[in-house]
Design a binder for this molecule. Structure first.
Ligand code: ATP
Ligand code: MG
Length: 322
């Protein structure tokens, strides 16, 4: 569900360039309170730049943003008080222990010494790091650093969380744990989350809406199912045969009404029908020319399908206007 309440974040024409070129180009969007927005896009697309602009650690060249109704360029301190950030490169102090890293930030955020200790210890337990509380961060693995940085971002129970690749480098169990945690922060605690990720499965599970950035421009924005309906109309179907379909079979299916883009796969073929009612005719055509069918499974487009369709359209556009 896309919440209809007041926007937790809104941007209007937000832009930023570096000496290397445009990093963010007129970003305009809104994120509702309690919503998880996934920001997707290839390396260098502008995801981290967006997070830095929204947190007021980077100033835009033009355009505006508000976070919790505040302008990060003039009220950066207050924005950062009420938001939590997990940056790409955790930014922990290697010379301190895990517990000290958390306590230090908790004290900076105004906790008393006792409260800082209590909150830090609880979060270390939450992230199954209690046994490493007194170890120097210097010797931590990528995943341990990531979990500690995530704990640090949550110390002050922020209203808005910016998570820049929270699961990269995490093992499968820690990944699942972080995904569950992010989901519950939004659904049970009403927190707003901006999630930058390259993991489309994770984005598909967590995000109420996704934005796809490319060269700093927002190329798609909306609920995954709405994007799928707009970009990939019809129902993709996987058809399992004894072997990859040959040209004769593909030609036969392409001629059927309501069938698009049949293509061979390792398991047989994949095609798109305009409605699932077309499926019996597809199977009948195959059986009619003595091709045994082991399975025909309609598969709703995944976020991965949507993402690659957006990339394909961008590539086609770029090819058309070099
Ligand atoms: N401080 C900086 N100085 C110069 N160029 C920068 C700076 N920060 C970002 N850029 C450039 O801005 C563009 C967007 O970078 P950004 O880090 O926002 O991408 P990203 O989508 O987060 O990529 P990734 O998936 O690799 O993390 C890139 O071309 C990058 O080289
Ligand atoms: Mg990044």
């Amino acid at each position: 569900m896309v919440p209809m309440g007041p926007a937790a974040i809104s941007t209007d024409g937000l832009s930023r360039r570096f000496a290397t070129g445009v990093a963010l180009d007129a970003l305009t969007l809104e994120v509702g309170a309690g919503e998880v927005l996934a920001l997707l896009g290839p390396n260098g697309a502008g995801k981290t730049t967006t997070v830095r602009l929204l947190n007021g650690v980077l100033r835009p060249d033009s355009g505006r943003a508000t976070v919790l109704g505040l302008d990060p360029t003039v009220a950066g301190d207050e924005v950062r008080r009420r938001t939590g950030v997990l940056t790409e490169n955790a930014g922990l102090d290697d010379r301190l222990t895990a517990l000290e890293n958390l306590e230090l930030v908790a004290r900076m955020r105004g906790f008393t010494a006792a409260a800082a200790r209590q909150r830090s210890t609880a979060l270390l337990e939450r992230f199954t790091m209690a046994d490493r509380a007194d170890h120097l961060v210097q010797g931590f693995s990528t995943g341990q650093r990531k979990r500690l940085a995530l704990a640090r971002a949550l110390l002050h129970d922020p209203e808005v969380l910016f998570l820049d690749e929270p699961t990269s480098g995490l093992d499968p169990a820690a990944t699942r744990d972080v995904i569950d945690l992010v989901g519950s922060l939004a659904t049970e605690h009403g927190r707003t989350v901006v999630l930058c990720t390259h993991f489309l499965g994770e984005a598909g599970r967590l995000a109420s809406r996704v934005g796809v950035l490319h060269h700093g421009r927002l190329r798609a924005f909306g609920r995954p199912e709405d994007l799928a309906a707009a970009l990939l109309p019809g129902v993709p179907v996987d058809i399992e045969l004894a072997a990859a379909a040959d040209d004769r079979i593909l030609g036969l299916l392409a001629a059927l009404p309501g069938v698009r883009t049949p293509g061979a796969t390792s398991f047989g073929l994949r095609l798109v029908v305009d409605h699932r009612d077309r499926l019996p005719a597809v199977v009948a055509a195959l059986v009619g020319c003595e091709v045994p069918v082991f399975a025909a499974i309609p598969r709703p487009p995944s976020l991965e399908d949507v993402y690659f369709e957006v990339q394909a359209r961008i590539a086609a556009e770029e090819a058309a206007s070099p």
